[in-house]
Design a protein around this ligand. Structure first.
Ligand code: UDP
Ligand code: MG
Length: 315
């Protein structure tokens, strides 16, 4: 199998037949073997019935994975990837906002040697204030924090070489960070403009609150990327910083006592300094506990702390 499309679906009954036609139009002329993994994320409308019909109509290409309840877009994408057989995996939304006609162009980019081709909705057709603007701000922030510069993390339409999708699991709303995880295992990433259409059927499943979830996820991602194999550097570093602050306060109090005779213990700065000392000490202890967890994490799952490109003369 050469190509797997993975599509998360939650209440998209009207869009699905049109999506099916659009996919055939885009892929039939390619000389690749392909499949579509449609993941029904516990839809409450007739989406699953429509999927059953489509699967009957085209058993060669259509595969369906159905959740028992709504687990969210990220879980749906993860399940789709788990069931995909292709060497190339393309993710896209079911609501026809992404255009399957862009896929052949993205595959050409992969053939040029890239591992990730990231869609960028240059003419995004969503409400500006609640969707596009927060998303633009988030993209800038994510690019800065992770060092992976992309204009459109939120665009689901992206193509991946399978190898760069192994070695990490997706939690929360983290599907948008897949390029960051891929970059961490050494993937070459390129960005391409893709079409974007206004939603024709059904309704958008998210509102402004998603921005906050994305921000919180960004903390986790940054931590995992930078410190997951050496948490003591973060916790211990913070701890040492806070203890230094505590020491600076004490020195200040001592100097004041020596030269001006002002009592150390009567100053509110004294208990503050003591508090800083305890906080710093605890932060270092937390770092040690995290170090234990890192060892459990890597060693219980036989997860190496590195990724290989290739080996030569090694059995
Ligand atoms: N989706 C899903 N589970 C959910 C919410 C959404 O599988 O809990 C799917 C939805 O059917 C669509 C895609 O994820 O195919 C993106 O959802 P939506 O269009 O609402 O989001 P946006 O276009 O604003 O990113
Ligand atoms: Mg959409």
């Amino acid at each position: 199998m050469n190509l797997s499309l993975v599509i998360p679906i939650y209440n998209e009954e009207e869009s699905l037949p049109l999506l099916f036609d659009a996919i055939h139009n885009a892929l039939d002329s390619l000389s690749r073997t392909w499949e579509v993994i449609l993941v029904d994320d516990g839809s409450r409308d007739k989406s699953l019935d429509v999927l059953r019909d489509l699967a009957k109509k085209d058993p060669k290409h259509i595969r369906v994975v159905a959740f028992r309840r709504n687990f969210g877009q990220t879980a749906a994408i993860a399940a789709g990837i788990d069931h995909a057989k292709g060497e190339i995996i393309v993710l896209l939304d079911a609501d026809l906002q992404n255009d399957p006609a862009d896929i052949p162009m993205m595959l050409d980019k992969l053939d040029e040697g890239y591992d990730v081709v990231s869609g960028w909705r240059i003419n995004r057709q969503d409400t500006y204030i609640t969707r596009t603007l927060p998303s633009n701000l988030a993209n800038g922030l994510i690019s800065r924090v992770t060092g992976v510069e992309l204009h459109d993390y939120g665009c689901t339409l992206k193509a991946y070489r399978r190898e760069v999708l192994t070695g990490f699991r997706l939690y929360g709303e983290m599907h948008r960070f897949i390029p960051v995880f891929a970059h961490a295992v050494g993937a070459k990433i390129v960005e391409v403009p893709v079409h974007h259409h206004a939603r024709q059927f059904g309704e958008a499943k998210y509102g402004l609150e998603r921005t906050f979830k994305v921000l919180l996820d960004l903390f986790t991602v940054k931590f995992l990327l930078s410190y997951s194999s050496k948490p003591i550097y973060l916790f211990g570093g913070t701890g040492i910083g806070i203890i230094a602050l505590s020491a600076a306060l004490l020195i200040f109090l001592a100097i004041r006592r020596l030269f001006y005779g002002i009592s150390v213990f009567s100053s509110p700065l004294f208990p503050i300094s003591a508090m800083f000392f305890i906080m710093g000490f605890q932060s270092i202890l937390m770092g040690l506990i995290a170090e234990l967890q890192v060892r459990t994490y890597h060693e219980s799952q036989h997860k190496p702390t590195y990724t290989l490109r290739e080996t030569i003369n090694i059995e």
